[in-house]
Structures are given as C-alpha cells and as structure tokens.
Design a protein around this ligand. Structure first.
Ligand code: NAD
Length: 554
C-alpha cells in the first residue's frame, strides 16, 4: 500500500481505464487533488485548507479507485467522509458518485467531537474542493482573490488599478498562496506574512511570489521601493502574523489594505501560535493539544486586534474567509466583527447574478485544450472586458499545477452556453479528451456560512442551510457527474454547510442534456437564494432571465 501513495499523477490522454468517462473523470480528478504539484501535503492526503483531505486514509483511497474502475454506467458509488461505503444501481443519467463529508448533527458540530471521530478513523475533514475532487491548485482561488482586491480598490480609491498601493496579508498555503499573485495582478505591492519559510519558497518556485524576506526591515524597505516605482510585486515575509502586524503598526506604517488568510478556521491543526518557533509550535500541538489551541486562539486575538487598529488608522480592512474574527471574539476582542467579511464587502453583487468560481480542467493533460477553451471564452464573451483581460493575464502568469485547468467567474446563462460549445469541441475531436466543469462550494447558491458567504444577509437568513441542501438535491436530480454535501469548509466545524457539483463534458448527447439542466439550475440557485433574501439585483436578474420563482415579490 505504501507505494500506491507516492507521487500520484492522474492519467492523461484519451484512453479510458474505467467503464465510462464520468467514472474516469472522477478518478483522474481525485488523483489530481493528490498530485504533489497540486496538494499541500499529499503524504497525509491533505489537499489544502489546514487538514482538508481527498480521502479518509490510503486504504479508502485505493478502494475508491478500485470501485471507480469497476463502476457500471448505471451505478452510483457512495462516499462517506472519504470512505467508499456502497455501490447501488441507479440510472445512466444519475450522478456516478455521491459524497457526504464531515457532516455532524448540529448540537455535535464542533471541532472537539470531530477530532474524537477522526481519532477513531470515522471521519475526515473535506474542506470544500478537497473532499469533492475539484481542487485545481492555487489558480482555483486566484481570480476570486484578484476580484476582491480590485473591488476593494474601487471602493476606496475609485479605481481598479492598485499601482503604488500596499496590501498586507497572511498565509501562503494552498489557497492563501494565491494572494501574492492576485495582489500583483491587481497592480499592488503585496506583503504576505507566512510562518513557514518552505511555503514561501514553494510559491516562488510556482511563480506565485516574487521575493522572500526573512527580516521585517528588509521587507518594508523593499515594499517602499517597489511602491515608489509603481511596480506591482509580491513579497513573502517569514514571520508570525500575530507578531508582525503589531510591529508594522507600531512603526506607524498603515497599509492601504489589510486582511489575512492563515488557516484560522482550525485552531488546532491550522493556525500557528506566536511567541514560539514553528518547530516548537508543532511539538506543542502533539504534546499538549489543549494548551496549543488556547495559545493559537490568543494569538488570533492579538492578530485581529492589530487589524482593528489598522482599520482605526484608516486602512481598508476585511476578513478573508477564515473565521478569525469569531475566535478573536471568543478570546475577548468584543468588537472583532467591526471589519467586514469579503463577501458582503465586495463579492455579493456577483453572487446575485449567479457568478462564482466556475472552473474547468482538461482530462487530456494537454495545455492546448485549455488554450482552445480560453479562445472560445474570449470569443463568446468578447464584450466583457474584465473577463477577456483575466484570461490574458492568467495565460501569462499562471503556471500549470497537475491537470491543466482554467478558473473563470461565469454566471447564470453563460455557464451552460459555454459548456455546450465545449462539449461540441470534444465531440468533434477539436479537444483531445473530455473537459470537467466544476466550481468551488464558495459559489452563489451552494453555501450557508454566516461568518463568510452568507454574512449579513438582507433578510437575516445567514444561518439557513436549506439552500445548500436544495442545491445538492437539484444537481443530483439534474444528473451532475458527482455531487457532494459538506460541513465546516472554509470557516470550521459548526460554521458552514455547503455543496458541490462536477459535470463531465464527454462530447455525448447525454452530456449536453445534463449541461442544459445542471449548469442552469446550479447558478440559478444563486439567483434564487439572493432574490428570496430581497436583493434587487437578484430579483431583476430572475425577472430578466425568466428564473421561475413562484413566490417572487417584485
Ligand atoms: P493552508 O493550511 O494550506 O495554508 C495556511 C497557511 O497559513 C500555512 O502556510 C501556514 O503556515 C500559515 N499560517 C498559519 N498560522 C500562521 C500565523 N499565525 N502567521 C503566519 N502564517 C500562518 O490553508 P489555505 O488553503 O491557504 O487556506 C487558508 C484559510 O483560508 C483557511 O482558513 C481556509 O478555510 C480559508 N479559505 C478562504 C477562501 C476565500 O475565498 N476567502 C478560500 C479558500 C480557503
């Protein structure tokens, strides 16, 4: 078994090893999640986001692969927190895989109970795209991060161009590692504080970060020089945010934007406490988990207090989706929620029109297939300047990780039109193998997360998780290739419920029928969720695009 797990690479090309392209796609995407180029810690099956895993253990991984290889075209494999538990006869049009990860009955939904179950090997943490096999590396969050910076720029300075501006943030792991490149793409100088030097080195190797600094003076000097020249660039500074943010503040430096994307959602296996070295922290995590957690939460409180001070001093400060405000509040920072989350601050209008982090991957493994889909997107959406610029920038700046893929925030109406054309390109042989379409669970109509995606909803429905459940149900009914329902992604146990779907365009008529159902209902749920909550843009979009809502009040 040991050898199975080393250097996993998804097979590429047009040769099938399973009994159909949907099973093949699920297998390749699971393997791709664990490709060392893609995953943060593949030896432990960890893909990103603290301990977000693709399968419960190596035995489960091997059995999932085995089951997918044998799975018939009218069967469905059930996966419970990363373990394959059953295969049932369904329909050809049904999903081939149904996944439920990390779900706990609400009164038990906390890290303590989760870790008890994990210790007994009864559960794993699926994060969002880790356990649902549609992670595509740092690119998956790149455009969303770029959009957040650009929207923040528009709000504060009235311009999307952040030249000469300074962004301060934390974390350079799986998703947070998109920040340095996204900040640079937006034109800014971005200083990212990361406690683990190896993570910065990896991002430099991957082309996501420009400079490594080991000393705050050196980093600040460099940032000032680059800002003076209006030169977009990224600097990774080795340090702990809980210390460094305060030191920067004490020197009287107020960055234009301050945020953070360390793994604060998990005080035990994510966030690193300050006043000790990284090695000491990792030792303490093992020897005294309770003390570790306490120290991590205290460090989060210091970290958030410094962010609040930056806000008072005039910086644009926002939470970047890791629940750090909640833990700081628990530790006595009463006004931790004085700065907003990034969704209500910048992203919600996009959710109202069904837009979100849509992505696709080429099962051929050939970048040419992605370049052809890029050209199609630019042609189909030529009047969307932002989208065209995005694809040009991504082609120049994003290095492939694992299977070639593209992230592109398409909305309702555009997703299915685009996928239908791609399906035709697969059918005609213009593309060498099928394309997999998917999205983050952080999408417009697939998540309930009161400290993140559904923070401050207009009608107060932040914690209503009927929506992601309906999303998974309708995508299952519509015949998505695989569907997942998770708990705790992004912000940790007890704080979110969310759903994912993936659809394979294999060039068949059946694929186009499924596209016409799933890629309409899935983003449609985003419009419905926000129209129901009373957002004018969503109501208008529902009316203009004939989204059928029996009780929509206008
Ligand atoms: P990760 O675990 O791969 O990386 C987190 C990084 O933070 C690690 O490199 C770690 O060394 C570093 N770190 C931890 N504590 C630190 C500290 N005190 N000071 C400096 N560095 C520290 O996780 P990830 O995939 O990068 O995700 C990070 C967080 O962002 C998670 O909480 C995740 O749930 C959240 N997230 C947000 C979004 C979004 O759109 N806003 C999307 C995905 C994930």
């Amino acid at each position: 078994m040991e050898n199975v797990m080393q250097n996993i690479k998804a097979p590429t090309g047009s040769e099938l090893t399973c009994k159909g392209w949907t099973q093949e796609a699920a297998m390749r995407m699971l393997m791709n999640n664990l490709d060392p180029e893609v995953a943060e810690n593949p030896d432990e099956l960890v893909v990103y986001g603290g301990i977000g895993k693709a399968a419960r253990n190596w035995e489960s991984y091997a059995q999932i692969i085995e089951s997918l290889k044998k799975l018939e075209n009218d069967e469905t494999l059930l996966v419970q927190s990363g373990k394959p538990v059953a295969v049932f006869r369904t329909y050809e049009h049904s999903p081939r895989v149904l996944i439920a990860n990390s779900n706990l009955v609400p009164a038990w939904a906390n890290w303590e109970h989760f870790y008890e179950l994990e210790d007994k090997d009864l559960m794993m943490y699926g994060q969002m795209t880790a356990g649902s096999w549609i992670y595509i590396g740092a690119q998956g969050i790149l455009q969303g991060t770029y959009l957040s910076f650009v929207e923040a720029g528009k709000k504060v300075f009235g311009t999307a161009d952040l030249k000469g501006k300074l962004i301060l943030t934390g974390g350079m792991g799986g998703m947070s590692g998109a920040q340095p490149l996204a900040g640079k793409m937006a034109g800014a100088v971005i200083l990212v504080v990361e406690v683990d030097k190896k993570r910065i080195e990896r991002k430099i190797k991957e082309g996501y970060c420009d400079y490594l600094a080991e000393d705050l003076d050196e980093a600040l000097k460099l940032a000032k020089q680059l800002q003076g020249k209006n030169e977009p660039a990224s600097i990774g500074l080795v340090g702990n945010c809980a210390d460094v943010y305060r030191e920067i503040f004490d020197r009287g430096i107020v960055p234009d934007f301050v945020t953070d994307q360390t793994s604060a959602h998990d005080p035990l296996n994510g966030y690193i406490p300050n006043n000790m070295t990284l090695d000491e922290a990792l030792q303490l995590r093992k020897s005294d988990p309770k003390k570790y957690e306490q120290k991590a939460k205290q460090a989060m409180a210091d970290h958030v207090q410094a962010m609040l001070d930056f806000q008072t001093a005039g910086a644009e400060v926002f939470d970047y989706g890791n629940n750090i405000r909640k833990y700081a509040q628990e530790m006595g920072v009463a006004n931790a929620f004085d700065f907003p989350g990034f969704v209500p601050a910048y992203i919600r209008p996009l959710f109202c029109v069904g837009k979100g982090p849509f992505r696709w991957a080429a099962l051929s493994g050939d970048p040419e297939d992605i370049y052809k889909t890029d050209a199609l997107a630019k042609e189909m959406f030529a009047d969307d300047e932002g989208l065209v610029n995005w694809i040009d920038m991504a082609q120049k700046m994003v290095k492939w990780q694992g299977l070639p893929a593209r992230i592109c925030w398409l909305g309702y109406g555009d997703r299915h039109r685009f996928a239908l054309k791609v399906n035709e390109m697969v059918a005609s042989g213009e593309l060498k193998a099928p394309i997999v379409f998917g999205r983050d669970h952080l999408d417009s109509g697939s998540v309930a997360s009161p400290n993140r995606e559904t923070e401050g909803m207009k009608d107060g429905s932040d914690a209503v998780s009927d929506w992601p459940i309906l999303n998974a149900l309708v995508n299952t009914a519509g015949g998505a290739s695989w569907v997942s329902v998770h708990h705790g992604g992004g912000v940790g146990m007890g704080y979110s419920q969310h759903a994912g779907q993936v659809l394979v365009a294999d060039g068949t008529e059946m694929a186009s029928e499924k596209i016409n159902r799933v890629l309409i209902s899935d983003p449609g749920m985003g419009i419905v969720r926000h129209a129901d909550a009373g957002y004018d843009i969503a109501i208008k979009t529902a009316q203009e695009k004939n989204v059928h809502m029996p009780m929509l009040k206008t």
